[in-house]
Design a protein around this ligand. Structure first.
Ligand code: HEM
Length: 77
């Protein structure tokens, strides 16, 4: 599998929720998403919360897997 990168695989999906989460972190910022990656993973995989919250559709498992791969791969930009 090709390396998961923030620019190609993470940012495009997170970007549309940027406004709603700006009070806490910038979902369009590589540094912010990297610094909060473990918290974000817990929110999107359902172990620590539910993001995006209802009535928004949850992210597909393929995105959750990609986010996990991105962390394990050392956060490629
Ligand atoms: C329309 C979409 C969204 C809305 C309205 C929303 C709203 C909120 C609200 C009200 C909270 C605080 C309450 C709580 O902790 O349960 C929260 C927390 C959080 N959200 Fe979102 N959110 C959205 C999308 C997202 C997305 C897409 C992500 C990440 C991919 C995200 C990441 C987080 C994180 C990491 C926290 C916890 C912050 C902390 O622990 O201090 N959110 N969100």
């Amino acid at each position: 599998m090709a390396t998961v990168s923030f620019a190609n695989d993470i940012a495009p999906t997170l970007f549309k929720y940027r406004g709603q989460m700006a009070w806490r972190l910038d979902l369009g910022s590589y540094e912010d998403v990297k610094a909060n990656a473990a918290i974000i993973l817990g929110q999107i995989n359902g172990t620590a919360g539910i993001m995006p919250p209802p009535p928004f559709d949850p992210f597909p498992q393929s995105f959750i897997d990609a986010f996990n791969d991105w962390i394990n791969g050392g956060y490629p930009p």
